[in-house]
Design a protein around this ligand. Structure first.
Ligand code: GLN
Length: 567
């Protein structure tokens, strides 16, 4: 009997050991010196390099703020809200991961302080801590680790990159660093720390300074973490003497100090890192070998060569309202749109030139609209609220009448429907109830299920979010672009096309090119008698990938360059 119990115990212990033991490797990417130096792109690029060696790679973003998600933040505070396939409203870095890794990154791969605390508090309320005192340490880092393990298991990643937002030394991300440290203690061989630092070149001094980086390594040490790699972001490449200085003062192997100078295109970074053999060095530390099935970086290399050599220009305007306000400018708010235009242009061997157009100007100075003629195509992207909408509607009218390729995204689609109702169907008060709740022609109105949400003031994560199916009309340009009858695209909206107006607008030539399978929701509108007038209720930009582009963006850019050819 005793023998049996000992045996059972042995099995239990080994089972526990095995269940704690994951085969996956983890790379924590943390920032030093200052924020905004491209930690996300660095993480994504390391990921792409490791993928090229034959490994399954995924990535997690940790945002240290209390917000449960990025959905309730003003774009001028936060930049773009990136929507995942499963409907999470996240940070734009997830977009970088998707574009570089060529994979959908799901909600499990996104974490904020708010999310972590919420789970711990809920667990405590459900007595899941068995009456224990629940403490910040270890319970918060333990929940962080649980989330990392869960995301890793779900994405079946061999290697998981974990980007910790913010900069070392900040109070906000300490508990995440503690979680990372605990993971290293759990499986010493399986965790690597990469510090992305910045080396300034003060203009009066004229030489690159490594001291802030040395301090950042020490600050990380004070959290119990030793950097394994230091990526040195700077205007120029790092020289050997600085490499040595950082290595010696930071106890980092000199060949793990990687120079990461500014480059023209972010897509060059994986190639650059590969040249620095970062993949081999990381694999060596993990004890991994390049797999036989390794796809290499050939396709990526061809893309970068193309980006560097394309000459024929295609000129695209984007009409927006988030213009030079706060820390973020329009560029950050629409990063996925911009990247999608670039992908489509490169695919057609074109050099994209993208210009920002301020919608407010068209309201105050209608003459200004004539500038739209300079463009081969114009996009009116998503947005919220009333400001700038009249300017956008005026722009859409101009594009429609002057047969300039137009592509509307979400709000851009709603405003296109309003423009058509006003100026083609004579419904002069046509509007969205988001802008004018009392309009007698509510061509765009709030979705019925959204009304309750708004009345209850439940704003967080309650829009129609994530991927939904859409059925295409075989006669449409959209069908020609996708080559499929049913597509899945990502959404983020509360308002929709009001079906009471379907007949009136349809009779005057508007094509409802995409509908939800139950026919209830208008997803795409088109004007067939126009070089390109396509507008979608969804956000196709989130699914564009650098190597292939997105079908609708590809079709839009093709129409745009056609217009130029016809001039
Ligand atoms: N404001 C509009 C809505 O809520 C459009 C949203 C968007 O462009 N993402 O429906």
């Amino acid at each position: 009997m005793l023998f049996f119990l000992i045996l059972l115990n042995f099995f239990l212990i080994s089972f526990q050991f095995l269940s704690n033991f994951t085969m996956s490797k983890f790379i924590f990417v943390v920032g030093g010196v200052m924020s905004g130096v491209g930690k996300g792109i660095a993480a994504a690029s390391i990921g792409r390099v490791l993928q090229s060696k034959g490994y399954r790679v995924s990535a997690i973003k940790i945002d240290p703020y209390i917000n449960i998600d990025a959905g309730t933040m003003n774009p001028t505070e936060h930049g773009e809200v990136f929507v995942t396939e499963d409907g999470d409203e996240t940070d734009q870095d997830l977009g970088n991961y998707e574009r570089f890794l060529g994979e959908n990154i799901l909600s499990d791969n996104y974490m904020t302080t708010g999310r972590v605390y919420r789970t711990v508090i809920e667990k405590e309320r459900n007595l899941e801590y068995g009456g224990k005192c629940v403490e910040v340490v270890p319970h918060i880092p333990e929940e962080v680790i649980r989330r990392i393990d869960n995301a890793t298991a779900k994405s079946r990643a061999d290697i998981m990159l974990v980007e910790v937002g913010g900069t070392v030394g900040e109070y906000q991300n300490l508990l995440f660093l503690e979680a990372a440290r605990m993971m290293k203690m759990r499986n010493f061989q399986d965790v690597i720390f990469v510090l992305v630092s910045y080396l300034p070149v003060p203009s009066k001094v004229g030489e690159m300074k490594s001291k802030p980086t040395q301090y950042a390594i020490r600050t990380l040490n004070s959290a119990g973490i030793q950097a394994d790699f230091v990526l040195c972001r700077a205007e120029r490449a790092l020289d050997e003497s600085r490499k040595r200085k950082i290595a010696i003062s930071g106890s980092v192997s000199p060949d793990h100090i990687i120079s990461a100078p500014d480059v023209d295109s972010i897509y060059e970074i994986p190639i650059y890192f590969n040249g620095e053999q970062i993949g081999e060095k990381i694999m060596k530390q993990f004890g991994l070998k390049r797999k036989k099935s390794a796809p290499g970086l050939g396709d990526w290399q061809r893309l970068v060569r193309k980006i560097e050599t394309v000459k024929r220009e295609v000129r695209i305007g984007i009409v927006g309202k988030y213009f030079k306000t706060g820390d973020f400018v329009l560029k950050d708010s629409y990063i996925s749109v911009i990247e999608a235009v670039k992908h489509a242009a490169w695919r057609q061997n074109l050099k994209p030139t993208i210009e920002w157009l301020n919608a407010d100007d068209y309201e105050t100075v209608p003459k200004q609209l004539a500038e739209l003629k300079k463009f081969d195509g114009v996009i009116v992207p998503g947005g919220f609220g009333g400001r700038g909408t009249e300017g956008k509607i005026a722009a859409i009218q101009y594009l429609r009448k002057n047969k300039i390729p137009f592509f509307g995204l979400c709000y851009g689609m709603q405003l296109a429907a309003i423009e058509f109702a006003r100026h083609v169907c004579g419904l002069k008060n046509a509007n969205s109830t988001e802008i004018d709740p009392k309009t007698d022609a509510p061509v765009i109105h709030v979705m019925p299920e959204q009304e309750k949400v708004l009345l209850a003031g439940r704003y967080g994560n309650t829009m129609r979010l994530g991927a939904y199916p859409c059925v295409l009309d075989k006669k449409s340009r959209s069908f020609a672009a996708y080559g499929e009858k049913q597509i899945f695209e990502r959404h983020r909206h509360r308002y929709e096309f009001n079906n009471e107006f379907r007949q009136a607008l349809g009779e005057r030539g508007l094509l409802f090119a995409g509908l939800s399978p139950d026919n209830r929701l208008v997803e795409i509108i088109e004007i067939p008698d126009h070089p390109f007038f396509v507008a979608t209720q969804f956000h196709p930009e989130f699914k564009s990938r650098p190597l292939t582009g997105h079908p609708l963006f590809n079709a839009f850019v093709a129409a745009a360059i056609n217009k130029r050819g016809g001039k």
